[in-house]
Design a protein around this ligand. Structure first.
Ligand code: ZEM
Length: 286
């Protein structure tokens, strides 16, 4: 048990659990990043519902959304950290884990503040269907991400997270990794989007994705239809080109936009305290 508010101690323990030789590509990092993103990416600016505050994924209504399939692995990895630092809320732990994982995998430093509570306000529960569907195209991406308050450049920067991890046929139905070194944060995803010829492949399940055989790694790499859409839409494509040639710029923009993602729906006073949550009810909702 660390002292309440000692986020440094928590960061250290998250960094230590990243190494998971038996899991996927040997790292818990990618699935932790996906947990942070899905916890926050339900936000709707207009109704001020969803977002990372409240950690609603602990409950069936949100956790059982098919879009969140597989994220129990991430939550299980983090359970010993929660046991050891029981003062931290799940909402803080999940978002912090994403930020620590990105850094540990060679990505940028991302600004992060604590203070989220685990109080779930039923009137703010997000309905299902708020997360993007990889089978769709550019209009769908805009519809989903404009709702959170992101613009075209931010959509492309955020999509660069697909440098990390892989698709699992028993989670999303898609299969494979986007890049040949999926535990190293880089701009390789953007470079491959532009440099390789992607062809459509129909999986045995009937699901369609794009693939290319990479001669260097001798593995088949993949792209989702939404990833390919970034190269086909004029406004998106200029940022794919920018990030493919300028890794520093990608790291800077990704850092800013991921920090914005995990703050969606959170209002703070000048001292950084969250003002739009009921701190008295910080405990757990049945
Ligand atoms: Zn993802 N993502 N994502 N993503 N994502 C998957 C995996 C990962 C989309 C999507 O459909 C999928 C963002 C945006 C979008 C990560 C991070 C971020 C998978 C595979 C799918 C299908 C899941 C599986 O089978 O395990 C779509 C359509 C998006 C719209 C642009 C954003 C934004 C992210 C963070 C900033 C990560 C790290 C993974 C890899 C997870 C893992 O387990 O390896």
């Amino acid at each position: 048990m660390s002292k309440k508010g000692d986020f440094e101690a928590v960061r250290k323990d998250i960094a230590e659990l990243m190494h998971q030789p038996e899991y996927d590509d040997g790292s818990a990092g990618p699935v932790l990043v996906r947990l942070a993103w899905h916890s926050a990416g339900t936000f709707d600016a207009e109704t001020d519902t969803g977002g990372s505050n409240g950690a609603g994924m602990r409950y069936e209504a949100e956790g059982g959304d098919p879009a969140n399939a597989g994220l129990q692995h991430a939550r299980v990895f983090l359970e010993p950290v929660k046991d050891k630092h029981s003062w931290i809320t799940y909402a803080d732990l999940w978002t912090l884990a994403g930020v620590v994982a990105i850094k540990e995998m060679g990505g940028p430093t991302i600004a992060w503040k604590g203070g989220r509570t685990d109080y779930v306000d039923d009137s703010k529960l997000p309905p299902r269907g708020r997360l993007p569907d990889g089978a769709k195209g550019a209009d769908h991406l805009r519809w989903i991400f404009y709702r959170m308050g992101f613009n075209d450049q931010e959509i492309v920067a955020l999509s660069g997270a697909h440098n990390l991890g892989r698709c699992h046929s028993d989670r999303s139905g898609f299969e494979g990794a986007w890049v040949n070194n999926p535990t190293q944060f880089s701009n390789q995803y953007f470079r491959l989007l532009l440099s390789l010829q992607w062809r459509k492949k129909t999986l045995k399940s009937g699901i369609e994705q794009f693939v290319n055989f990479d001669e260097d790694s001798e593995t088949e790499l993949m792209m989702l239809p939404t990833d390919i859409a970034l190269t086909q839409d004029k406004s998106f494509r200029k940022y794919v080109e920018l990030y493919a040639r300028d890794k520093e710029r990608f790291f800077e923009d990704f850092s800013r936009v991921f920090a914005k993602l995990v703050e969606l729906g959170i209002q703070r006073d000048a001292d950084g305290n969250i003002t739009n949550t009921d701190n008295e009810k910080g405990g757990y909702h049945a």
